[in-house]
Design a protein around this ligand. Structure first.
Ligand code: FMN
Length: 174
């Protein structure tokens, strides 16, 4: 009976698909995530918001200028994103990371936006962010990820929003 109801609600056909659906639903609602981002031209912000939408209702997305570590009290996950500028994260993101307290119990992930060329040439804010998060004791749950822009002011390359949503799904499965 329960499975029948679940089938109606989720439109999943097999018991295992229904169970998977409910686990996913519960994870989404239980996950109290904080996404802190910087963005000069709006591209990193778009990625941050797409990730937040996929992770679910309990996710707070906040510009670094308004973020402070007291917001981490109830968070189980911290995601930090920045445009890559001069091969690394923006000064505001670096300062935020520097000021972070010990975040031993928190799962973390890092992303950036940058040009789609070899990382040796472009650098990557996400890699520096990931290292800083680990130094503070966070547990990195996925490798740092980059999303690509066509030009300095954007727009994002085609498909990058979909890729960000996929990355968010990966985070939820960990
Ligand atoms: C001052 C400055 C420095 C930049 N340096 C780099 C860089 O080292 N590597 C890179 O791939 N992109 C670089 N870019 C391009 C940015 O990564 C791009 O502007 C950013 O992804 C756009 O994100 P936003 O709209 O969130 O600001 C730079 C852009 C600016 C304005």
């Amino acid at each position: 009976m329960i499975f029948y109801a679940a089938h109606i609600v989720s439109r999943r056909r097999t018991p295992s698909a229904i169970i998977k659906y409910y686990i996913q639903l519960m994870t989404t609602y239980a996950m109290n995530a904080l996404i802190v981002y910087d963005s000069q031209f709006g591209n990193t912000e778009k990625i941050a918001k797409s990730i937040a939408e996929k992770i679910g209702k309990q996710t707070k997305t906040i510009h670094v200028s308004k973020a402070d570590s007291s917001m981490l009290k109830e968070a189980v996950m911290l995601i930090v994103g920045s445009p890559t500028q001069a091969w690394r994260a923006t000064p505001a993101i670096r300062l935020f990371l520097e000021k972070l307290p010990d975040i031993k119990d928190i799962s973390a992930a890092a992303f950036d936006t940058r040009f789609k060329r070899t990382r040796l040439l472009t650098g990557s804010a996400a890699h520096g962010i990931a290292k800083a998060l680990e130094r503070k004791g966070a547990r990195l749950i996925v490798p740092p990820e980059s999303f690509f822009v066509k030009d300095t002011k954007g727009p994002l390359l085609d498909g990058e929003i979909v890729r960000a949503e996929g990355w968010a799904r990966l985070i939820m499965q960990v």
